[in-house]
Design a protein around this ligand. Structure first.
Ligand SMILES: NC(=O)c1ccc[n+]([C@@H]2O[C@H](COP(=O)([O-])OP(=O)(O)OC[C@H]3O[C@@H](n4cnc5c(N)ncnc54)[C@H](OP(=O)(O)O)[C@@H]3O)[C@@H](O)[C@H]2O)c1
Length: 349
């Protein structure tokens, strides 16, 4: 059994560890915490061993921690780093590389420039095989992962017939559990968003993809507004939707009025962490006008990257084939069942 350490226990780390506990091929050594707060006891109450930086051991004297992160890493086969953006690079340099431990990094890091954590940005739909046996890989961020779920199937189906993708990312302000983070009453514009360049790392640097981003005061998912231009008359909406019928992690919904409807549905159906772990095409918004298809889909910001981390871990640690890894991830996340339930609930009336 392979041993995994999850460094960081926030929105992403707590989800990853929760699913890893259901994986019989994995032993979770523990999680890394940096602040002595109530989340330490929460993790311990869930049966997790909590480790803290050697330099901060004294700050945690009131908690039943299991030791230092430095010592926990000595016994592990792979680290999943779930630290705040930028800290993954520092952890790589200070901890993982000196100890020669493979690591997965999250979307707040970079794959270019002097602080790159890897030369590979992972998207299971596009480049699974490139991660086989690799030592340091970054999982794409939620928006970058979501775009891949739409772009790659479209490219496979229509190839050169598509001449341009224009995407406006409407990004959520904060996550549901980040209750300390206030929503500002403004629509914030993002200069030079990184998301398009990140997608091009797996979609191809010359891909005709143009991305704009704004941030709005909601906790209820991201929404992507995408125009796809064809070199002739564009396909009908039904032809677009058909491509995604059997696509992993893409649900096609007709009657959700907004992103919160989808989140509420996930809650009512008892999905873990109220995550759907996927994107949702809002099929009632798809139109085909002349040479252009217009579509919108929402992106479960925290949930979408968790099954991706699980796929990536299998590529790096076990070097499984895509099909084998996919089947195992599906057995833990039950994505097909969740997709079916969502599609039934929001079916065309
Ligand atoms: N939230 C999302 O929707 C989302 C989606 C996709 C990707 N991501 C990416 O995932 C990463 C983590 O985001 P998050 O939303 O989970 O952040 P978060 O909720 O703020 O959690 C960060 C966690 O990292 C811990 N931490 C602090 N310093 C650390 C260090 N030096 N090394 C390791 N861990 C450290 C924090 O510990 P303490 O609380 O004990 O201080 C906290 O548990 C970021 O790269 C982010 O861009 C986030």
């Amino acid at each position: 059994m392979k041993k995994i350490f999850v460094n960081g226990y926030g929105s992403i780390g707590s989800r990853i560890v929760s699913f890893l506990k259901d994986d019989s091929e994995i032993e979770v050594i523990g999680v890394g915490k940096y602040s002595p707060d109530e989340k330490v006891d929460e993790a311990i109450s869930k049966g997790l061993a909590v480790y803290v930086p050697e330099s901060k051991l004294n700050n945690f004297s009131n908690f039943k921690i299991s030791g230092s992160i430095e010592s926990a890493l000595d016994g592990c086969d792979l680290v999943i780093d779930a630290s705040p953006g930028g800290h993954g690079f520092k952890n790589k340099k200070n901890l993982y590389e000196p100890k020669n431990i493979p690591a997965i990094y999250q979307g707040g890091e970079s794959t270019t420039g002097s602080e790159a954590v890897s030369d590979l940005l992972f998207n299971s739909r596009a480049n699974y095989d490139q991660a086989l046996g690799k030592y340091h890989v970054m999982q794409g961020s939620c928006n970058v992962t979501g775009m891949g779920r739409i772009l790659e199937p479209l490219r496979t189906q229509f190839g050169d017939k598509i001449i341009r993708f224009d995407v406006t990312l409407v990004r959520r302000w904060a996550d549901i559990e980040q209750t300390e983070k206030k929503l500002s009453d403004t629509i914030e514009m993002t200069e030079q968003p990184h998301h398009g360049d990140d997608v091009k790392l797996y979609f191809g640097k010359d891909a005709p993809l143009y991305v704009r981003a704004i941030k709005v005061p909601t906790r209820q998912m991201h929404l992507h507004i995408m125009d796809i231009r064809f070199n002739d008359i564009a396909p009908k909406p039904s032809e677009i939707h058909k491509i995604f019928t059997n696509e992993f992690g893409v649900a096609t919904l007709w009657t959700a009025r907004g992103t919160k409807d989808v989140r509420d549905c996930a809650k009512n159906m008892g999905f873990n962490f109220v995550d759907t772990n996927m994107i949702h095409i809002h099929a009632n918004m798809t139109t085909s006008i002349g040479d252009t298809v217009q579509m919108m889909y929402s992106d479960d910001q925290t949930g979408i990257v968790i099954p991706e981390n699980h796929m990536l871990m299998q590529a790096m640690l076990f070097e499984k084939s895509y099909q084998e890894a996919f089947a195992h991830t599906e057995s833990i996340f039950n994505m097909a069942e969740k997709k079916q339930k969502l599609e039934e609930f929001f079916a065309k009336k």
